[in-house]
Ligand binder design. Structure first.
Ligand code: HXC
Length: 261
């Protein structure tokens, strides 16, 4: 069912393939508290839909993914309110990051500050050639607040993260890919199609195996190797209890394509 939102769009593009569009093009899709609230409600819908397979996140228009948290909104906040705003975004981005299905960012332009933080909370990123990534908070006299200083460091390493955070400079899509932040770069006009192709490929595979795999990667990265490997053998065992395992292995042995339910 279509949901009424003012700052975002949520649509099921094809069976199980959802797309969330940040839709405030006049501000280059800047995130204010209302937009975050609507994102939270959208995630709630996805969490409640067992047929959901993959989520694509993008920005409205051709110029920007998300140009950051809304600076106009933040300019009125007290320190206590600023902290609450950071906590709101932090909680919602974490909820997105730990959503049971894969979440892919289609970065179609500026991904700055909170926009870069949103993209980094997705499982991975496809970028348009015109995409720009960065954490320019220092230029406003503030720090990142939606997890940027932590996720960027984990993704590109401490030295490069420090350089980006203290200079506030932006990276091209090509540089972001070279640094391991972005998986693929496509011409702007092809980004949406490439996103759909990828989503369709994911949606056609075993959703139980994909969900367990996401848990392994998400939970494992903060564990020591011994415990992470115990978790892997446990979930490997669990995957043997699924119908998808039955179908996947039978299909291989019968020389046919698996048809997952
Ligand atoms: C509010 C924004 C905005 C933002 C752009 N706009 N970014 N409004 N918050 N983050 C608005 C502009 O005010 C302008 O409104 C319209 O969008 C178009 O932007 P322009 O600046 O005219 O476009 P352009 O010259 O092409 O420059 C694009 C840009 C620049 C380089 C992306 O807009 C920019 O530097 N934006 C701010 C980027 C930033 O600092 N992001 C980090 C924010 S801090 P009008 O009304 O004039 O048309 C952050 C912290 C996260 O994200 C953690 C919080 C807890």
């Amino acid at each position: 069912p279509a949901q009424e939102f003012s700052n975002i769009l949520l649509d099921e593009v094809e069976n199980g393939i959802y797309r969330l569009t940040i839709n405030r093009p006049k501000t280059l899709n800047a995130l204010n508290a209302d937009t975050l609230k609507e994102m939270d409600a959208a995630i709630e819908i996805l969490e409640a839909d067992p047929s959901a397979r993959v989520l694509l996140i993008t920005g409205a228009g051709e110029k920007s993914f998300v140009a950051g948290a809304d600076i106009e909104h933040m300019s009125h906040l007290t320190p206590i309110e600023g902290k609450a705003f950071a906590e709101q975004g932090m909680r919602i981005f974490r909820r997105l990051e730990t959503l049971r299905i894969p979440v892919v960012a289609l970065v179609n332009g500026y991904a700055l500050g909170g926009g870069c933080e949103l993209a980094m909370s997705c499982d991975f990123i496809l970028a348009a050639e015109n995409a720009k990534f960065g954490q320019p908070e220092v230029n406003l006299g503030i720090t990142p607040g939606f997890g940027g200083s932590q996720r960027l460091t984990r993704l590109v390493g401490r030295a490069m993260a420090m350089e980006l955070l203290v200079t506030g400079r932006t990276m091209s899509a090509e540089e972001a890919m070279r640094r391991g932040l972005v998986n693929h770069v496509y011409p702007q006009a092809e980004l949406a199609d490439e996103g759909m192709k990828l989503a369709a490929m994911i949606a056609g595979k075993s959703s139980s195996a994909i969900q367990l795999t996401k848990q392994l990667v998400q939970r494992g990265q903060d564990l020591d190797l011994d415990n992470a490997c115990v978790m892997e053998s446990d979930l490997f065992g669990l995957s043997f209890s699924t119908e998808d395992r039955q179908e996947g292995m039978s299909a291989f042995l019968e020389n046919r394509k698996a048809k997952f339910s």
